[in-house]
Design a protein around this ligand. Structure first.
Ligand code: KG4
Ligand code: ZN
Length: 335
């Protein structure tokens, strides 16, 4: 079965072709980062318009890359939510129009399920069951994944998502959009011991997390440090390093606690923050000491992409869970 996947939930248009026998045949991506950066964040209306412009050329490029025809496609998966309503409608409309013309089924995919299953596109892929740490710009959750469609929410952020905390802190430090990669890059040059930032809910006893206090602590530190003179580059880098150290410690400790609670041995990291090098190093280190296995999506598939949607759609097809209706759900809980 050949599945076309379309992702358009936020600021990335992603299209991919996944073959259930041959694996990922092609994936094409257009990021709107440059377009939104002058506004300091995603402008929903501009995002929708750009998805409209990109989705068909990316589909053609995918077919060319995979050396396939439109008529070879067996099903079309699209991100139905959660995300920006107008942006989701672009992917949903194109997927449903194409499916209607080709007389093929559509599969409405949950964006987070796409992220959650994306490490299965790596080699080696994790076996079920596993604990998944979903860390994106909109979500931070720990899930017990028993199989495709069998997800159990173990804990989540009670306020900001981890990616959001990265982005907002980066903005306070005058770094570009999206802040996560910029803050992380600067953190690599900083001294993490100069400032100590809080680790909210680290010892709460639950698997829930909180990151808005950390962001406020960055704001207070920036205000205090820039009282006399504007922040110099070294101070900025030291704040980044302290921030990254705090957030990574919380994510690692909560992930280990989730593994302990479930008795599972495998941890999967998914979502944009999963690209963070310090988080990966800390998790690998912790796993090695405890004989646990950690799995990541291929680096290029950490942030939003069509490949994870095509893959999740293909899995849904396999388990006869296709939705088949024109639907978007801007707000939608996975478990
Ligand atoms: O999964 P994703 O592409 O989109 C959502 O579904 O939200 O995640 C985007 C988030 C942004 O907040 C971005 O700043 C963050 O992932 N991010 C990172 C890194 N790369 C992307 N955060 C920290 N370090 C990185 N290297
Ligand atoms: Zn995402």
């Amino acid at each position: 079965m050949l599945v076309l996947g379309i992702e358009s939930s936020c600021d990335e248009t992603g299209v991919a072709l996944y073959d259930t026998e041959l694996g990922l045949l092609a994936h094409q991506l257009h990021t709107q980062i440059a377009m939104h950066s002058e506004y300091g964040g995603v402008v929903p209306e501009l995002a929708s318009r750009d998805h409209i412009r990109r989705v068909l050329p990316l589909t053609t490029a995918c077919l060319t890359e995979a050396q396939r025809q439109l008529s070879d496609i067996d099903a079309i998966a699209y991100t139905a939510g959660p995300g920006l309503a107008g942006a989701l409608l672009v992917g949903a409309s194109v997927a449903n129009a194409m499916a209607f013309a080709l007389n093929k089924p559509t599969i409405a995919v949950h964006h987070l399920e796409g992220h959650l299953l994306s490490p299965c596109l790596a080699d080696p892929a994790p076996q079920f069951p596993f604990v998944a740490l979903l860390v994106s710009g909109g979500h931070t959750q720990l899930m017990a994944v028993h199989g495709v469609g069998h997800y159990e929410l173990l804990g989540e952020t009670v306020d900001d998502a981890a990616g959001e905390a990265f982005d907002k802190s980066a903005k306070l430090l005058g770094l570009g959009y999206p802040g996560g990669p910029a803050l992380s890059k600067l953190a690599d040059t900083g001294d993490a011991t100069r400032f100590t930032l809080p680790r909210p809910m680290l010892h709460s006893g639950s698997l829930d997390m909180s990151f808005s206090g950390l962001k406020t602590a960055v704001l207070n530190l920036v205000t205090q440090q820039s009282k006399e003179a504007p922040l110099d580059d070294a101070t900025r880098a030291d704040i980044c390093a302290a921030f990254q150290e705090a957030i990574v410690e919380v994510l690692v400790k909560k992930s280990l606690a989730a593994l302990k609670q479930t008795g599972m041995q495998r941890l999967v990291i998914a979502g944009g923050v999963g690209a963070n090098r310090q988080l990966r190093a800390a998790l690998n280190d912790a796993a090695k000491k405890r004989k646990l296995e950690v799995f990541y999506p291929p680096m290029a598939l950490c942030t939003d992409n069509g490949a994870m949607i095509a893959y999740a759609g293909a899995q849904r097809l396999k388990f006869q869970q296709s939705a088949g209706s024109f639907a978007i759900q801007p707000r939608w809980d996975l478990a």
